[in-house]
Design a binder for this molecule. Sequence first.
Ligand SMILES: CC(=O)SCCNC(=O)CCNC(=O)[C@H](O)C(C)(C)COP(=O)(O)OP(=O)(O)OC[C@H]1O[C@@H](n2cnc3c(N)ncnc32)[C@H](O)[C@@H]1OP(=O)(O)O
Ligand SMILES: O=C([O-])CC(=O)C(=O)O
Length: 446
Amino acid sequence: MDQNIHVAQFYGKSQNFTQIPRALYTKHGVKRGLRNEDHTGVLVGLTRIADVVGYRRDADGHKVNCEGTLYYRGIDISDFIKKDIYNGYLYEEACFLLLFGYLPNKKELHEFCKNISDSYELPDDFLEMNLLRMPGRNLMNKLQHALLTLYNYDEDPDNTDVYQTLLKGLNIMGKLPSIACYAYMSKVHYYDRRSLIIHYPRKDYSTAENILSMLRPDSSFSEAEAHLLDLLLFLHADHGGGTNSTFTNVVVASTDTDIYSTMSSSIGALKGPRHGGANVRASKMMEQIIDTVGLNASEKQLRDTVYRILNKNFPGTDGLVYGFGHAVYTISDPRAEIMRNYCGEVAHKKGLDKHFDFYQRFESVAKDIISAEKGMDICSNVDYYSGFCYHMLDIPRDLYTPLFVVSRLVGWLAHNLENKLYDGRIMRPATKYVGDLLPYICREER
Ligand SMILES: CC(=O)SCCNC(=O)CCNC(=O)[C@H](O)C(C)(C)COP(=O)(O)OP(=O)(O)OC[C@H]1O[C@@H](n2cnc3c(N)ncnc32)[C@H](O)[C@@H]1OP(=O)(O)O
Ligand SMILES: O=C([O-])CC(=O)C(=O)O
């Protein structure tokens, strides 16, 4: 007999006692998902770190959808993307800006990068004890585990002073890329019986260069590849204080717990397929679609596929078209726009023109259909093209969301510090009790 049969019965019966009718949320003015009626987010904080713009307000206060813009400390991210002046270390430059609020001069950027690269090295035995001896099936969970373990290597781990948090955060930033790459190597060595490859990080390499060098068997990569990965890390670095994993960070940090617990909570949030985990779902979905309809699919086939996904009638899908939709962006997500613009050139070099073309055609059809079906503007988001870019860089799917962590850790840190400095209260909203008040009945009388 199924050992959970009784739990199933209790669960079935419980619905009579636990149900909360949807109308009560409206009655009590509860903002489900911390969202207003017009889908905009409830204001939960102030920030000077990043601004995510997907709509404006007209003179009457009505929401007017617009092309998306993302600002890091007031600077439009697309202003950073000038191919002719690319000098590497774009991601590190953004990290400096997000953390300290101003653009570094050359010397400051150099010192900052040195500070991070001085932390590349993992503590003695960390690799052997925590990654090679304990491979994990899911790298996001493994990252959480590794971060929580780093606590034990810190002599003063519970010190939550703002400056100490900054130093601890920079130390974690330096170590995370190798932890992610080694966790992957350990996983495929143990579970897939592949050869174990461990390359040490090089201090003269940027974060992007090191990731490519640690992942490639011969450590080699081209400048164009490093540039693309640097750009991807840059684009994922922050997204304001409202995004789920950053809000999680701020909520957890507001209890004054240690930074290792805080960052690990954010990783748990980012893993979810409606958030950062969407990059894996989108990539699998696109693979399945291409396998089913082929790269030369007609527009009708693409349309039918989108409807099948929405109707939960397409293998491996659950009604959501992953890589589409956003809580703030409406007409476009600027990161998806930038990625699309960069993809073409690299796709051409890699012989993936037809795949890129398919992604663009599917994007256009999906965007139109979902928007029409849901009666609102729905665009592709950052997770739509990122998997395609990682694929072009031969980065395995297992690492797509972990690389989001590597990049976003700086955003989590910046918001964590900002809230410690300027808000500082424990986050403690309220819920309204809508059940009955009942007497306690002795067991013998039930
Ligand atoms: C890094 C990031 O986190 S970017 C987001 C990554 N996530 C994804 O790509 C997953 C797919 N997308 C989604 O699940 C959503 O669009 C989210 C979670 C990103 C945003 O959610 P919300 O802002 O709550 O969406 P919202 O409530 O405004 O959506 C309105 C309607 O459109 C639907 N919808 C939104 N996006 C999609 C989608 N991609 N596919 C199908 N339906 C969608 C919602 O289910 C909802 O339908 P309903 O009214 O029938 O219940
Ligand atoms: O802002 C959001 O809700 C999700 C997102 O795009 C991000 O975190 O990058």
